[in-house]
Design a protein around this ligand. Sequence first.
Ligand code: URA
Length: 224
Amino acid sequence: MAQGPRPNGGEGYDAAPFVPGRGGLRALRDAAAGCRGCPLYREATQTVFGDGRASARVVLVGEQPGDQEDRQGRPFVGPAGGVLTRALGEAGIDPAEAYVTNAVKHFKFEQAARGKRRIHKAPNLREISACRPWLLAELRQIAPEVVVTLGATAGKSLLGSSFRVGERRGVALPLPVFDGEAAAEGMLVATVHPSAVLRADEAERAAAYAGLVSDLGVAAELLR
Ligand code: URA
């Protein structure tokens, strides 16, 4: 049985005390709005919880909300979301049937030296680990058949800090076990983050996008 990353250990950052022991996705969402499990809530506009149906067969896990998501309070509503929606459709997964969430539920950023622009900063391992109880609670509520991790942060959250996208992408992996309990019964497929497609040089963008669609195709096959 695949063993997940170790539970949060005494580092002071931990969302677990904020996660309600009962209730459905709505109860989780409401409680997450008040999460103070790590310092990221201080600068972010709001908690951006997952979005979609509790009956979803597939859960897509991104890194953290971006600027647009932080303002609007919903995951993947910005440019990366546009790439993801298109790639899902091409891979044969109806985006409306997927539940979309993030490994970290608050936007981490630094203020640009000049102007008002907020520059995305990747969450560190402590923040990823602190926020994991929300992700596991979502997975336990939804019990999806397939979880797709998008990029390194989501992969590290569920598969451990040594996770590398390039080494494990595009294959069906067992979902890890946390505290003796599987996050869900289904399989996990890792792939790149859609923003990697947006960041790729023009010459490499088509191949990066095709790779994302191909990995999502592995998830689509599992759902057939
Ligand atoms: N990138 C992510 O990882 N998640 C979002 O919700 C938006 C951009």
